[in-house]
Design a protein around this ligand. Structure first.
Ligand code: BGC
Length: 249
């Protein structure tokens, strides 16, 4: 069994896990370190290096799910991280930190790929939109299982405001919204996305998906809405899938 290390940089922590990419599961415990304040590149590099050291059992390369537009390893946006990432070769930084080949992918795309392959979107054809509600709103769009990368729908304007500025999980906490009040906002976002993309299925992910029972029933759309099933492991698993794919291509 070959284990690939998957890493996932979020607003509060960087998670890591040894992923059996054939079976599609995390083997052993996830490990995490706090995301350095502002997630500056040098501090992030150090944090990544310290996590990699904890997984001597993992094979020769690593994947990282990262909250930015990523094209050929380079970060092109920095909505919730240090602006110094823009234009930086994130894959090279990861490779230096891990001292082995590193591959970087947008965090929502990573989570979406994992959900489509082994989670809530498994074997689903048509248009699927995976949304992650966390510090921002991440999106991953699929047509018959194929990813449209870097869709960045959290920045789409809904009612004159960027969706993630009024309906992310962070905003729910900072504005002290109860579930019904937050769901009114999320429903506006889903309606806006539906009017433009006509998905057949929404998969709702991110940290909040762990509390689906408390709010899932209040979400509505003409499209089907289901919770992500991989919960906090989706980014880690998707990052490992992505790295394995890059190595074999
Ligand atoms: C970023 C995306 C990211 C999402 C979730 C947004 O602010 O622009 O790249 O996927 O947050 O982390």
């Amino acid at each position: 069994m070959s284990l690939i290390l998957g890493l996932d940089l979020g607003g509060s922590s960087i998670k890591a896990g040894a992923v059996d990419v054939k079976a599609g599961c995390v083997v052993g415990e996830l490990q995490a370190v706090p995301t350095p304040p502002g997630a500056t590149p040098p501090a992030t590099q150090e944090a990544l290096a310290s996590l990699v050291e904890r997984f001597p059992q993992c094979a020769g390369y690593v994947g990282l799910a990262f909250p930015s537009v990523i094209k050929s390893g380079v970060a092109y946006s920095a909505a919730n991280i240090d602006k110094a990432w823009i234009g930086l070769d994130a894959s090279r930084l990861l490779t230096t930190a891990a001292r082995r080949p590193g591959f970087v992918v947008n965090d929502a795309d990573a989570a979406g790929v994992a959900e489509m392959r082994i989670g809530a979107g498994r074997a689903t054809r048509g248009v699927v939109m995976m949304l992650t509600f966390g510090t921002g709103i991440g999106s991953a769009l699929f047509v018959d299982g194929r990813l449209w990368p870097n869709s960045e729908l959290g920045h789409l304007e809904i009612d004159g405001r960027e969706a993630e500025q009024f309906a992310s999980a962070r905003v729910r906490t900072s504005e002290n919204l109860d579930w019904p009040a937050w769901c009114v906002r999320v429903n506006r976002v889903l309606a806006g996305y539906h009017a433009l993309f006509w998905p057949d299925l929404f998969i709702i992910g991110g940290g909040v998906s762990e509390r689906w029972e408390e709010f899932g029933g209040a979400l509505h759309s003409p499209a089907r809405i289901v919770p992500a099933v991989l919960r906090q492991t989706a980014g880690v698993v998707g990052a490992a899938f992505y790295a394995a794919e890059q190595m074999s291509s």
